[in-house]
Write a protein that binds this ligand. Structure first.
Ligand code: SF4
Length: 442
């Protein structure tokens, strides 16, 4: 093993990108390449720059220009280096580059399908659930995802300090808030000093128990996760980070190193994928992704159905596809690797878990659940009798003398002589069949 590699890097090394930095940016020095500020400054933001790096089909430029009028492009050199320029269906390209399909459906969808603005008591805060809030502190990202739910916010101007203070003030005067999700844009595109300033203010609020940061930086610009950032973050525990890997090819050695650094700073990492047509909407890709995440010690947390956001129609999939993928994950890989598939309800209803039906039926009165396992086999599960109504029989159906339901519900009753037999007239006893002889006392 390369002594420079962390164990998780070594495990995923075979997934190294096929195109890479040498193909797109052969003259860039290591010093620049590994400097996140250089990466941020040198994002590819125009079609002219993009056309110098990868072929754009003839006649496509005006179409793509039109798309960019609705939603900007910005791709860090690192993330761009993951794209296979020879593959028009490349899953990394589909997330980052405006393509013809996006133009066709550019007017389909909503600006704010989750009604975050309506649930906003002060600019930048969304207060949807009772005990937690979303706090948008940045409107800049290392890469602007074509499927982003907050396209409406993506202007380059940073959020003024006054607005940040208003958000902090709202949280401070709302004692039910115990969990703050710091998001954006991408909060990790802020300088370390600015981010620390905000975290300090949040930590000074006694009722804020947990701070979570939502960031795609470990995926799109992993060099941002440097020692200085980690040293700062670990002062503000309990702190969690939700990352956003969508495809196994994003799980590069650089991304693994960024995750490893955050984990060593004591920050648990959870992944929130979005199910995207032509990116990860098949079982093999999703299984490979969750396995890569597990190797990086990142917990697959949510698989989101793509929101009906304007300009992302070409990336949406039917719900049936998500259910099918979940059906082929559960049981076929470790439960720890199986995310929860959710739809963020349009209109602001919040996250609703959906998935394959494992509970076929449940009769509360009989206390009987009919279950389907991952192979489609059917099983029954029986509830315990209500508390205080337990009786013990000598011969329960499983022969171990375990607690049974009260007489009127039980298939088995105790006889005066201490033996047990099936209750006369029990509907479980086959008609016309000779009743079993009671067991003889030994
Ligand atoms: S990193 Fe997150 S906030 Fe930024 S564009 Fe992508 S999905 Fe949107």
């Amino acid at each position: 093993m390369d002594m420079e590699q962390s164990p998780s890097e070594a495990l995923i090394a075979p997934l190294r990108s096929r195109r890479g930095r040498q193909h797109y940016f052969p003259t860039i020095t290591d010093q620049d390449w590994n400097d996140w500020k250089w990466q941020l400054r040198n994002r590819v933001t125009t079609l002219e720059e993009l056309a110098q790096l990868m072929p754009i089909p003839e006649g496509e430029l005006p179409i793509r220009r039109e798309i960019l009028r609705g939603f900007r492009m910005g791709i860090s050199p690192y993330y761009l280096s993951l794209i296979d320029a020879d593959d028009p269906d490349d899953p990394i390209m589909r997330q980052a580059v405006p393509l013809h399909d996006e133009f066709i459906y550019r007017n389909v969808g909503e600006e704010d399908p989750l009604h975050e603005e309506e649930l906003s008591p002060v600019p930048g805060i969304t207060h949807r659930y009772p005990d937690r809030v979303l706090m948008v502190i940045s409107n800049s990202c290392a890469m602007y995802c074509r499927h982003c739910t907050r396209k409406r916010l993506m202007a380059e101007d940073s959020i003024p300090d006054l607005e940040i203070d208003q958000m902090v003030d709202y949280i401070a005067r709302t004692p039910v808030i115990r969990d703050v999700i710091v998001s954006g844009g991408d909060p990790l595109t802020c300088t370390t000093e600015r981010l620390e300033h905000i975290l300090q203010k949040l930590r000074a609020i006694p009722h804020v128990e947990v701070i979570r940061i939502g960031s795609r930086v470990p995926v799109t610009m992993p060099m941002r996760v440097d020692d200085e950032l980690c040293r700062m973050l670990e002062k503000y525990h309990p702190l969690w980070i939700n990352v956003h890997f969508n495809h196994p090819r994003e799980c590069t050695p650089e991304a693994a190193r960024a995750c490893d650094r955050l984990l060593r700073a004591g920050i648990p990492l959870n992944n929130q994928s979005v199910l995207l047509r032509g990116v990860n909407d098949n079982v093999e890709t999703m299984r490979e992704l969750v396995h890569c995440l597990m190797k990086m010690r990142v917990r697959p947390y949510y698989l989101f159905q793509c929101d009906p956001i304007r300009g992302a129609e070409h990336l949406r999939t039917p719900v049936a596809r998500g259910i099918e993928i979940m059906d082929k994950l559960r049981g076929y890989t470790s439960g720890l690797a199986v995310p929860t598939y959710v739809i963020d309800a349009p209109g602001g209803g919040g996250k609703i878990p959906v998935g394959p039906k494992y509970l076929v039926s449940y009769d509360v009165k009989l206390g009987k659940a009919v279950l389907r396992n991952f192979q489609g086999k059917i099983y029954e599960y029986h509830d315990p009798p209500p508390a205080g109504q337990l009786v013990f029989s000598d011969a329960s159906p499983n022969g171990r003398g375990e607690p049974e339901a009260p007489k009127k519900k039980s298939k088995w009753v105790r006889r005066k002589n201490g033996t047990s037999a099936s209750a006369a007239g029990s509907k479980d006893e086959p008609r016309g069949k000779k009743r079993a002889e009671p067991a003889r006392p030994s």
